[in-house]
Design a protein around this ligand. Structure first.
Ligand SMILES: Nc1ncnc2c1ncn2[C@@H]1O[C@H](COP(=O)(O)OP(=O)(O)OP(=O)(O)O)[C@@H](O)[C@H]1O
Length: 661
């Protein structure tokens, strides 16, 4: 069973965040079947990470579970909670003493008209007010600090987990919605776990003190008013369910808005080019209307609750005044006592009210908790091997680069169709394999398997003779470099975009790599040279230039195994020719797999593997395959001549001393 890498981790208060809440394999299978009603689940082993590949499933989470799952993140800060509690007790105590002093002032100074009786209680009251102010300030500052630390930790926790999830997860879940979960929902949980606990404890202490003081003043009157207290809780209960439903809708709508905005920004060029501004506007309006309806419903429910509670309060105060008037007329109570009693009861309501309100906040927060747990419960499709299976490799150790695939079969989770079927091949350092085949043949899937984004269903892929699932993921990914179809661009300088290939790369390393990738010339021609900022989607560089930046990055990375996924896709024939020389330099001495439709490098290949419908149908050199007149010949002849290797790049493009030179 795959284990979450953080499960059981003690550091930073991660311990106890249970990422394995659903240990019953049948329950898991049910959830999976819900997501993929047509899938042949008989073949899907529980806990193999399929959950990460399913669309996010909505699971209703009870308040207790939500609290229990996130409370462990407060570890390390709980001593501050205790201090906040103590300060809350002190604040409630100061308030109680102040009210008693007020009663004393009313009876001794006001009713008797005695100025001399004023000074002593007034001085004490002032001192208590100063202490109360300091205590309140310290308590609230400390509470805010602990709350923000919790938010920081929770966000990091969810973000770290997101980064372990497979590419599939991000295809199925909208990025904007995930962003919203990392921001809005994280804040909502903070309201439940930290602010909620702090406010609840302050309210509980308030209730205890004021109730005790009211009982001490007149226990019989106090009991009568307490009888009315359950009305507040009844009112809260009546609203809980409805508010939760509305909050869930609001959180979802916020996620949808962020998604539309995020997608709009990413695709802004396409939007303008296709005059789709109006459509984008309407998409946003649609989501905004849903959000508006949910927010207004939520505000209306909250307001209705507020008004109802105020009515209940008025009922209680009138009851006290009525009874107090009778008591005074009978001579059993002084005016000061009545005022103090009314004040205690008056002070009692806000904390009772805030407890009720907190109940609603907590319920609303569970909607956020549901959305975050949906991410945390998605399992990575692969994890590091268990210690017993793991092969010991030195940290940062360099592999030789021998690759072997043996009988590899793989089907994407939820798909009935095998993307790769019984595939076997080997490749050794210095060898160049071209993997080609029609669209959908399984070429990119092979790249994903080589990097262990997924594990094969059957068969094994080995690096230097060791099965990938026995090697640490960092070792695999440190030794297998992928140049994906789409160049990965960070919103940063060109220098940083190259330097991210290796830790601690110096400027000289970057320049050397850029020169080897034939990129130095155009980089220095840009206005800010290596400091020119490039951004995903709107880069100032052409496709071919970006490809050369990616090659420079890979040069710097210097991994023994190189996978080039359609390195010339999207480039015209001339631009493609321009990157062949740096690609050859990059491939030199490494185990290189070039996945491609375009057979620009075909004549260079030591071997060509031809895939069709996930199966290896032909294998051999360019010349051998052409003699067979099979699928390869068909694919080759379908290419424009400039791209099919028939027009060989002039030998000057080959580096001297190269195997291909
Ligand atoms: N994320 C996915 N989920 C389910 N099926 C997928 C997924 N990605 C690819 N497939 C399926 O797996 C098969 C192989 O896809 P793959 O992307 O590996 O093909 P390819 O040979 O690289 O295609 P192309 O040349 O068009 O890039 C296809 O049938 C495809 O529909």
């Amino acid at each position: 069973m795959d284990k979450d890498p953080y499960a059981g981790t003690d550091a930073d208060g991660y311990a106890g965040i249970d990422t394995d809440p659903d240990p019953d394999p049948d329950a898991y299978q049910d959830r999976y079947q819900d997501a993929y009603p047509n899938a042949d689940t008989g073949r899907i082993a529980p806990y193999r990470g399929a959950a990460a590949d399913a669309p996010i499933l909505t699971r209703h989470v009870a308040l207790k579970e939500a609290f229990g799952r996130f409370w462990p993140l407060t570890k390390g800060d709980r001593r501050w909670f205790v201090i906040v509690f103590l300060l809350a007790i002190l604040a409630a105590f100061a308030e109680t003493v102040a009210i008693l002093l007020f009663a004393q002032l009313t009876d001794n100074a006001l009713q008797k008209g005695s100025v001399s009786a004023f000074w002593s209680p007034a001085g004490k009251w002032l001192a208590i007010a100063v202490v109360g102010g300091i205590v309140g300030y310290l308590g609230n500052s400390l509470a805010a600090w602990t709350a923000e630390r919790f938010v920081m930790r929770l966000r990091a926790r969810v973000f770290d987990h997101l980064q372990t999830l497979p590419p599939h997860f991000f295809q199925r879940n909208r990025r904007g919605d995930l962003v919203e979960r990392l921001t809005g929902d994280v804040d909502a949980i903070e309201q439940l776990v930290v602010s909620g606990v702090v406010e609840a404890s302050a309210a509980v202490f308030g209730v205890l003190f004021y109730a005790a003081a009211a009982l001490w003043l007149r226990w019989d009157l106090a009991l009568v008013t307490f009888i009315l207290a359950p009305l507040f809780f009844a009112a809260t209960r009546a609203f809980t369910g409805r508010l939760k439903a509305v909050s869930r809708r609001a959180r979802k709508a916020d996620g949808a808005i962020t998604s539309v905005v995020e997608e709009g920004l990413v695709n802004v060029v396409l939007t303008q080019a296709y005059n789709r501004e109006r459509d984008q506007h309407q998409r946003l309006q649609r989501e905004a209307r849903t959000s508006l309806r949910a927010s207004v419903s939520s505000a209306r429910l909250n307001q209705f609750y507020e008004e109802l509670v105020e009515l209940l309060e008025t009922l209680c105060v009138l009851t006290i005044i009525g009874m107090g008037a009778w008591e005074i007329s009978e001579g059993r109570m002084t005016l000061g006592q009545l005022l103090a009693f009314a004040a205690f009861i008056g002070y009692l309501y806000p904390p009772i009210r805030s407890l009720g309100q907190l109940g609603l906040t907590a319920v609303a927060a569970t909607a956020g908790a549901e959305r975050l747990l949906e991410i945390l419960d998605a399992r990575p499709s692969v994890t590091d091997p268990a210690a017993s299976d793991s092969v010991t490799v030195p940290a940062g150790g360099r592999a030789v680069g021998e690759v072997e695939a043996q009988g590899v079969t793989f089907r994407y989770p939820g798909s009935k169709h095998e993307a790769v079927h019984d595939l076997s091949f080997t490749a050794v350092p210095g060898e160049l394999l071209v993997i080609t085949g029609p669209s959908g043949a399984g070429k990119s899937t092979l790249a994903a398997l080589m990097l262990r984004f997924y594990d094969p269903d059957t068969g094994t892929i080995r690096l230097d003779g060791e099965p990938l699932d026995h090697l640490p993921l960092t070792h695999i990914r440190g030794n297998v470099t992928l140049l994906p179809q789409e160049v990965l661009v960070l919103h940063d300088t060109i220098e940083e975009n190259i330097a991210c290939g290796r830790e601690h790369a110096t400027h000289d390393d970057v320049v050397r790599a850029a020169k080897a990738a034939d990129a130095h010339e155009f980089i220095t021609a840009t206005p800010d040279g290596y400091d020119t900022i490039i951004a995903p989607g709107t880069s100032a560089l052409s496709g071919g230039q970006l490809q050369r930046v990616a090659i420079a990055r890979a040069m710097l990375r210097d991994a023994p195994v190189l996978i080039l996924d359609e390195p010339t896709t999207g480039l015209d024939a001339l631009a493609a020719q321009r990157i062949l020389a740096p690609l050859r330099r990059l491939a030199e001495g490494r185990t290189t797999l070039v996945i491609t439709h375009h057979l620009d490098l075909a004549a260079d290949a030591d071997r060509i593997l031809v895939l069709d419908d996930g199966r290896l149908v032909e294998s051999g050199t360019h010349t051998e395959l052409l003699q067979r007149s099979g699928l390869y010949t068909t694919l080759f002849e379908a290419q424009p001549q400039a791209r099919n290797g028939a027009v060989q790049p002039p030998s000057r493009t080959r580096p001297s001393g190269s195997r291909w030179g």
